[in-house]
Design a protein around this ligand. Sequence first.
Ligand SMILES: [Zn+2]
Length: 301
Amino acid sequence: MSPLTFVSQKSSKKSHGNPKPVPAYFPTSKDSILIPDVKLYDAVREAPRRLTNTYDVPIRSGKAWKVPKGSVVRISTPEGPQVCDFNCWEANSDFKEHMWASRTRQLHSAHVSTYDKLWSNLPYLRPLLTIIDDSLATYGPDEHGGRVHDLLGTRCDPYVDKLLSGQDNDFHCHSNLYRAIREFGGQEENVHDVLNIFQLTGLNEHDQYFMETCPAKAGDFFEFFCEVDLICAISTCPGGDLSNWGWGEGSEDRDGSDNIGDMTSVCRPLKVEVFQLHDSTEILRNWHSPEPVKYRGNHGL
Ligand SMILES: [Zn+2]
């Protein structure tokens, strides 16, 4: 660890005689929405489909697109490792209903893969999408506890870069996502905590967030089924595959010693493909686009 780093959390475990805790969020009946309909999502993944849109997203840029419920979206790394910062909103909510990273962490896990859903914020709380395929599903955990498709962290942004490096950089994921959603009327404050697709992360022995080099190869992909009409947005992170990550372009590195140089050499494009099922009436016969939770109380008012 860098001698410049302060950390409050001890690395050694201490026994208090506590019983092993169980996951805090769990299904309470066999019909629970937390139990995935594996048959349905397998059928969607395997069904004949036609490509309706392709977006090639250059390095250090953002792209937003609308996609109707019942569609399948595939995000891939056509040229090799590259981190993808992902946001989504219910398309008819004027950006009010968006993916809620922390609740998704609680309902599923801090990294997500096939059959996990991305949930929306309050007062909605419904699945916006369900992941149906993931070519990196068996990658983790690695020897450091790293896992792929990260909900622990959030997007890089120009404010934290200025804070840490003193520099003004305009192509962080926060800014890339903001520029992208302007096409649909989105504002800066509509950018929210992301899913870091293809990003390998974890917490170390001091409970600190770490990022490892993106393990994706050319052609790796992450695919999801749209449970509601969506606006999606991605950013090709300016850190690229994160093998040369540091704050400030060409600034001093994390140990305060070397020059990290230009990270563009480890940046690669991403590809988005949108598909419609050929015969959705048959495959989606028993599927219903989820409604927001109908809480009838009034918060005790
Ligand atoms: Zn980023």
